[in-house]
Design a binder for this molecule. Structure first.
Ligand code: ADP
Length: 377
């Protein structure tokens, strides 16, 4: 049987010049749309700057206190027993630091990390090749693990449970199954959609950790750290302005720092202070809460077209001209987190805060609905 090594996805590709240049061109072009500035999804420009920005130890990793404390204990225990760490699943919106944590774990465990992703492991030989490369104690990181297909998932079960892989050879009556042992490794899965993971796969992880949006002080620390690494002079107010508009997400915080740096350099400002940060972010149409024109349009459709809701996600998405998955995954989480939208059994509802943010007064019904929900909870 030939084993073909899989193409490892997710590693930094230094040759991805075309993508990088395209992203840079867009950034320099001035005010940009949501996909470039406030999307939590990684773009090639993020990938390049991530090279320097990724935390290199648990102590450098800011926030996510509970997860960090748990990892600190488990890593120390696993190291003292000279064993691989138990398998871990991280879930939460994009840009919150799942990949960074996987890297930090590998560094702390002094282990080699292999990066891949659900969609890259399409054929059985992809996953077999990947498992075949593992050595004792290695970390295998699978991003978007909810996108693994059933065959890949089934090949993975014995690998993560028994550290073995079952291979079938031959056809019909001549079919034979061979079990090959694998070294003990740690699987780290990351997903933005934990609900799409099969129970069978989820149950095989020793730890399941949900990453939370970051608080303002945590984001301020990240902004400070990033401007330090990028040699940008920024005062406390400048840091505060950027942190406040980063949508609770380190990836966006880092991107805003880079955009503000470009603006400051272009205008010849040596120091990023409150004024420079504010004007720079206004140029990119990022408002005080970190909302961009699409977020504001979504809120205004909800309020003006649907009288504040409740409205079903499909109708809302159609009015916005997006698909419902994008609305659910990209726009909604932060609007819910900010308290601008509520999910109710009858559909999405705009809160009084959403009316306030758009400079409108909430009708009485909206306030009563909120009070009713509070009373229920
Ligand atoms: P995810 O895998 O959840 O999409 P990443 O791990 O790629 O997110 O994080 C995006 C970027 O944000 C990283 O390159 C890193 O620079 C930064 N980052 C994420 N979490 C933290 C953190 N806790 N402390 C410092 N920087 C962070």
């Amino acid at each position: 049987m030939t084993i073909v090594p899989s193409s490892i996805n997710g590693a930094i590709d230094p040759d991805d010049e075309s993508g990088i240049k395209a992203a840079d061109r867009k950034t320099k072009a001035g005010p940009a749309g949501r996909s470039e500035v406030l999307s939590a999804k990684e773009n090639p420009s993020d990938r390049r700057s991530d090279l320097n920005l990724r935390p290199q130890s648990l102590s450098e990793y800011i926030g996510q206190e509970r997860t960090r404390a748990m990892l600190e204990m488990s890593i120390a225990a696993a190291k003292s027993r000279a064993e691989a760490l138990d398998h871990i699943l991280f879930y939460g919106p994009p840009g919150l630091g799942k990949t960074s944590l996987a890297n930090v774990i590998a560094i702390e465990m002094e282990a080699k990390i292999h990066l891949s992703s659900g969609p890259a492991l399409e054929r059985p030989r992809d996953i077999i090749g990947l498992l075949h490369q593992l050595e004792e104690g290695d970390v295998l990181f699978i991003d978007e693990i909810h996108r693994l297909n059933r065959i890949a998932e089934e090949l993975l079960y014995p690998a993560i449970e028994d550290f073995a892989i079952d291979l079938t050879a031959g056809k019909g009556h001549a079919t034979r199954t061979m079990r090959l042992p694998l070294p003990r490794f740690t699987l780290i899965g990351a997903t933005t959609k934990a609900a799409m993971l099969s129970n069978a796969l989820r149950d095989r992880f020793g730890f399941v950790c949900r990453l939370e949006f970051y608080s303002l002080p945590e984001l301020a620390k990240i902004v400070k750290r990033t401007s330090g690494i990028l040699n940008i002079e920024m005062d406390g107010k400048g840091v505060e302005i950027i942190a406040g508009r980063a949508r609770g997400t380190p990836r966006i915080a880092n991107r805003l720092v880079r955009l503000v740096r470009d603006y400051a350099q272009y205008k010849g400002h040596k120091l990023v202070d409150e004024e420079v940060a504010k004007v720079a972010l206004e140029t990119y149409q990022v408002d005080m809460q970190g909302l961009d024109p699409t977020d504001r349009r979504l809120l205004s459709i909800l309020i003006e077209t649907y009288g504040g809701g409740p409205v079903g996600i499909e109708a809302l998405a159609a009015s916005l001209g997006e698909d419902s998955d994008t609305v659910e995954d990209v726009y909604e989480p932060f609007l819910i987190q900010c308290g601008f939208i509520q999910r109710t059994p009858r559909g999405r509802v705009a809160t009084a805060a959403a009316y306030g943010h758009l400079g409108k007064t909430a009708p009485l019904g909206q306030l009563t609905l909120k009070l009713g929900n509070d009373a229920e909870s």
